[in-house]
Design a protein around this ligand. Structure first.
Ligand code: ZN
Ligand code: ZN
Ligand code: ZN
Length: 373
């Protein structure tokens, strides 16, 4: 079932459909084929997931955008102003061949399919249409990675909402509670503070903090633990928050915590300070990495510095070595270096920022210091 994500701005969506079609033409394909997911949300405002029955927006260059949707799913799209968007809706029922309906909406057979389309549909569309199939991601990303004013407002709102959760961390994170208990309370607070759902909650206490994508566990938080809390989720508009702060339960149990954390703090600040239009993604990564490597912790910073964010928590542009894409105003992404000392403790600081015409704005504004609880 599709859901409506936030208020629908018809003229903005029409412009996106036009730009997507122009970008497809530029890329030398005849049509984009978009299944439910964040690309479809971006283009027509409809949320929802892909299932075994095909739902697909066919966006032919120079043709009529056509939404092929199972009859039983159609009510979920009733609130999408397809008429005003110039999108034709074609329904099908069990027993019919939806792939042939997509083919009928096309003018050529060079198609680009949504990156996250299930293989079930990708392969059957390829068999029905023939021609060539490529990924739509590199085409759609040219639109999605430059946020407009409404998208930036939604990300700003999400950032403020997750900041309010971090501000309340003393209510949840206490010695003697399990990570799972802490995570449960944080998830409730994420919704209380304005998100529609708690998309993810990482509570990495003590040695678990050294595993960057640890979720939670039955480990009981101990006095002296360093605890990594990485949390986020979408607000009503569909745009996500994602912010990490590192806490310590009283005096840290290792005597290298404060000095090492100071290195991390300097690295995160150096990367944020590097952000402005024209600077490349890999230069922002290097700004953080150099500080950490120069202090001797290079081998303990085991991931890229950041990822773009919007309707997806992780999207383009990636702030990573090898990405020479120059930043432009409107590109929003995380700056989240970490230092992970296996078996002992870890720390990460993560803010979402956006490149502005003359520099950077941070959507997360809680202090960066190690927070003593
Ligand atoms: Zn991550
Ligand atoms: Zn995060
Ligand atoms: Zn992140």
């Amino acid at each position: 079932m599709a859901t409506i994500i936030g208020p629908i701005d018809v003229s903005a969506l029409r412009a996106r459909l036009d730009r997507a079609s122009a970008a497809a033409e530029q890329a030398g394909v005849d049509a984009l084929l978009i299944s439910p997911g964040s690309d479809l949300r971006y283009l027509i405002g409809a949320g929802g997931d892909s299932f075994e029955r095909l739902t697909c927006l066919a966006l032919p260059v120079g043709g009529t955008p056509t939404l092929v949707v199972p009859k039983l799913e159609q009510p979920g799209y009733a609130a999408i102003p397809t008429g005003e968007l110039g999108v034709e809706v074609v329904t099908w029922v069990d027993g019919e061949d939806p792939y042939a309906l997509v083919k009928a909406a096309l003018k050529g057979s060079r198609t680009a399919v949504a990156d996250m389309m299930p293989a079930l549909h990708t392969i059957k569309l390829g068999q029905a249409i023939g021609g060539t199939q490529s990924l739509a991601g590199p085409i759609i990303r040219e639109l999605r990675m430059r946020k407009d004013a409404a998208e930036i407002d939604a990300l700003r709102k999400a950032g403020a909402a997750i900041d309010r959760v971090h501000a309340r961390m003393g209510e949840f994170l206490r010695v003697g509670r399990t990570e799972r208990e802490v995570a449960h309370d944080i998830a409730l607070a994420i919704v209380e503070e304005g998100h529609t759902v708690a998309e993810f909650v990482i509570v990495g206490s003590g040695p678990n903090g050294a595993s960057p994508h640890h979720r939670d566990s039955d480990r009981v938080v101990q006095a002296g633990d360093v605890v990594v809390i990485d949390i986020g989720g979408p607000v009503a508009e569909g745009y996500n928050s994602d912010s990490t702060r590192t806490y310590v339960m009283g005096e840290p149990s290792y005597d290298d915590v404060r000095d090492t954390y100071a290195v991390l703090q300097a690295a995160q600040q150096a990367a944020v300070d590097a952000v402005k239009p024209g600077v490349t993604c890999e230069e922002v990564d290097a700004a953080a990495r150099t500080v950490i490597a120069d202090a001797g912790f290079g081998e303990f910073f085991v991931h890229r510095t950041g990822h773009g964010i919007g309707l997806d928590v992780h999207e383009e542009p990636y702030i990573v070595s090898g990405n020479s894409l120059p930043l432009e105003a409107g590109m929003a992404f995380s700056v989240e270096p970490g230092i992970y000392l296996p078996g002992r403790w870890g720390a990460r600081i993560e803010d979402i920022v956006v490149a502005t015409p003359d520099g950077v704005e941070s959507f997360n504004n809680r202090p960066h210091d190690l927070v003593v609880l």
